[in-house]
Design a protein around this ligand. Structure first.
Ligand SMILES: Nc1ncnc2c1ncn2[C@@H]1O[C@H](COP(=O)(O)OP(=O)(O)O)[C@@H](O)[C@H]1O
Ligand SMILES: [Mg+2]
Length: 405
């Protein structure tokens, strides 16, 4: 670790949170859980898992940890946070698809967007590094043998159109025609904004690119409401599910292991999705991830410990009896307790080492003793805030010596 890296980490720890990409470096304990998660990533299953823990016990931290681990193993990963007040409702699979596209990350690149997956798909350097026979074969099928005219291999017709338009934008260094890449990105981030703009999508991504490929379909087919080529909502959000399925296929076609989706703040569906019908839809969608049929990648969900009981209670209060309650019991889950004092001490030692590198100084035994006291006394802080507050206090204490000198 160089000085600049260390400084950046300490800066982020002043707010009590490890920076993106450095989470595993700052993880303590959770040995059993981490082994289980590694096993799942290595074997590619089970397809979904609930992570249960109280506030402040490390759900978000663990999701970020899994994301890092997955990226290191060669998966593509997307961590999304549910928020019923903005466009991240779990009953709306078109919004979930948009969020996944927005937050998707490929190994080796720190920025998030589906654009990096699309670029990787057509980047020959990427192919040389990662190419496998499987990826080549998938690409052949997706492109209909390189003709790019029409293919049903991808499940979502919009995804085929997006990937194809991306290819020709990529071949022209995203310069000609200008702005195609940004337009595709915006469409996939917010597909629901385009349901009434089918004509514009058709011209931008099909008609105007006629020099490059020949799509055999007549124009009216793209507007036919029964076909719903640009609609991610009809038939129970069918195309949203298909597009998620396709993202996993595209990840494999780019030479990666597949797609891992991580969903934080899942109890948002209980507290903020204020309509029982929407909530039931959200529960149904959750169960679809666990069945593994509609999405072949891996999915992890963070919830508070009595999530399952709360869901059942909610449905019973609304007199809903035609729901299969055992669905919830069947979900594979594991539960985490708060970090122990010893684990906090271990974490503080890591922080001390990084602080020494960041500001080129040696932390003496007297200061270390003070830090140990901060960790031990932290048991007085309410659990929900304990670790984060303690991290902040440790950094504050260490910083204070620098200012004096
Ligand atoms: N295993 C761990 N090792 C190191 N720090 C952790 C660990 N788990 C949680 N933390 C830290 O504890 C604080 C609270 O964790 P967080 O993931 O935000 O909790 P939750 O999402 O469950 O509310 C954060 O500062 C996080 O970085
Ligand atoms: Mg959290």
């Amino acid at each position: 670790m160089n000085q600049l890296d260390a400084e950046k980490i300490i800066e982020s720890l002043r707010e009590g949170i490890p920076p993106d990409g450095k989470v595993s470096l700052l993880t303590v304990g959770r040995i059993e859980e981490i082994n289980r998660l590694r096993q799942i990533l290595h074997k590619g299953g089970p397809k979904a898992l609930l992570i249960k823990a109280d506030y402040g016990c490390g759900k978000t931290h663990l999701l970020k940890f899994i994301k890092e681990e997955a990226l290191n193993l060669g998966y593509v990963a997307s961590l999304i946070t549910l928020d019923s007040k903005s466009n991240a409702r779990f009953n709306r699979m078109d919004q979930i698809f948009g969020q996944v596209c927005r937050n998707i990350q490929v190994p080796g690149i720190n920025q998030k967007s589906v654009r990096y997956l699309f670029d990787a798909l057509f980047n020959p350097k990427n192919k040389l590094k990662l190419s496998s026979e499987k990826a080549e074969k998938l690409m052949f099928k997706i492109s209909n043998g390189g003709k790019w005219n029409y293919s049903n291999f991808l499940r979502s017709p919009s995804m085929f159109i997006a990937v194809r338009a991306w290819k020709f934008s990529y071949d022209n260094n995203h310069k000609n025609p200008p702005g195609i890449d940004d337009a595709i990105e915006d469409w996939l981030f917010n597909p629901y904004n385009y349901y009434s703009q089918r004509k514009s999508l058709y011209y931008k991504f099909i008609a105007n690119l006629r020099n490059y490929f020949l799509d055999p379909r007549p124009e009216w087919k793209f507007y036919d409401p029964r076909e719903g080529i640009f609609n991610f909502q009809i038939k129970g959000y069918e195309q949203s599910w298909d597009a998620l399925y396709d993202l996993n296929t595209l990840a494999e076609a780019a030479g990666y292991k597949g797609l891992v989706i991580l969903v934080d703040e899942f109890e948002d569906v209980i507290y903020n999705l204020r309509n029982i019908k929407y909530q039931q839809d959200a529960f149904w969608n959750l169960s679809q991830f666990f069945s593994g049929e509609r999405f072949p990648g891996l999915a992890f969900f963070a919830v508070t410990p009595n999530f399952v009981e709360k869901c059942k209670k909610l449905l019973q209060e609304k007199n809903i009896w035609d729901f299969d309650y055992s669905t919830f019991d069947r979900l594979e889950k594991f539960q985490m307790s708060p970090l122990s004092t010893n684990e906090l001490l271990e974490l503080s030692e890591k922080i001390i080492k990084i602080h020494e590198i960041a500001y080129s100084w040696n932390i003496n035994e007297k200061i270390k003793e003070k830090i140990r006291k901060i960790c031990i006394n932290s048991s007085r802080i309410p659990v929900g805030d304990r670790v984060r507050q303690t991290i902040k206090n440790i950094v504050k204490e260490l910083d204070s010596y620098l200012r004096v000198n």
